[in-house]
Design a protein around this ligand. Sequence first.
Ligand code: DWN
Length: 416
Amino acid sequence: MSVPDGAYRTVERCRICGSARLDPVVSLGATPLANAFLAAERAREPEPRFPLDALRCARCYLVQLGVVVRPELMFSDYAYSSSASAPAVRHFDELASEVVERFDLAGRRVVEVGSNDGVLLASLAARGARVLGVDPAARQAAIANARGLETIVGYFDRATASRVVAEKGRARLVVANNVLAHIDDLHEVLAALDALLEDDGVFVAEVPYVADLLDRVEYDTIYHEHLSYFALTPLRTLFSRAGMELFDVRRLLVHGGSIRIYVGRSGRRPVSDAVPRTLEEERASGLLDASAYDRFAARVWASRRALLDLLRRSRREGHTIAALGATAKGNTLLNYCGIGPDLVSFIADSTPLKQGRVTPGMHIPVRSEEAIAAERPDLTLLLAWNYADEIIGRFADYVSGGGRFIHPVPIARILP
Ligand code: DWN
């Protein structure tokens, strides 16, 4: 289906440095929006598809999509709920514990950008922080507000920041997990940060790490919500232009590999050795070199071929196949590989919002997790592979009964 006028814009210049030297990295075709799960009765309606191409800025090295889809098309009817993944709830509780202690947040104002259904807000509030969420997804914000976790429905920009300062005062901490990648005008968000943060305030953010994306061929994490794919080097450029500096960084396993960055106004805080060490690692590893991205494109095609070979061979041998985790990344994988109900009969997922719907593009039905025990498929494709250990552990009965999982990237393999 052709897309409505104005549904997206083509990226002509890098969103961090403004360079027009944007080199192609990989093209994954034209795909529907990754979280646009359809009610089953709407599966025959045409679905808008958008070009899914990753580019690389030759000047500041930011990897970014070639188009920007209007955010309201992606987030107004949003299906993703942070609380649907138990490991994510634990991860955010650990983050809350760290930042409350490290930055003395008890009794202090903390604002979370992209607070979803309030998972992190709840952990921060439980430790005495005075929390406020900002999120454009009205359904998830309503869940947070119903839990007493005040959440503004909207996007984080200078207008929102000014409103918060006027009503609540400036913030000691602003936190944004899996948000920066979704933001087109990063300079606007940094201006909003500057307005909202106390003089020695801190910004903490988690973003998927492009080094892990390349190393593990995590091409499925490329979808229209994710406009940018960050390395620390372009992030340093971004923050320095706003008079801010990275003073610490940690590598994380979440979401296939992420980095947690700690940012303050320049000169306000001692800079950890982890920052120059990570920047040097990015240079020495070749992450900033164009050749790394040429190799990545070839490995994506090999990954696609290996997965299709495994699925088709398994079906020819009479094996039944389902999937677990109706993930956004799963929809990139399914659409790019052309995997439909003929290969994968259903997807089990713990998110009530997704159950009973079908996936965008390939229209695979989403059912509750109980469907795995009920149907006992021979193989289950892990579309939530970032939680593989947790899921395989929770499905021990399925495994002891002979069930096996398929981990799709970098190369499809059977687990355990
Ligand atoms: O950046 C984003 C990340 C944080 O979340 C968003 N733009 C979109 C979304 O991406 P995703 O859908 O690929 O994220 P997850 O966290 O990998 O999704 C996990 C999915 O798997 C959820 O729908 C819940 C489901 N799940 C499950 O059914 N059983 C998860 C676990 C751990 C389980 O045991």
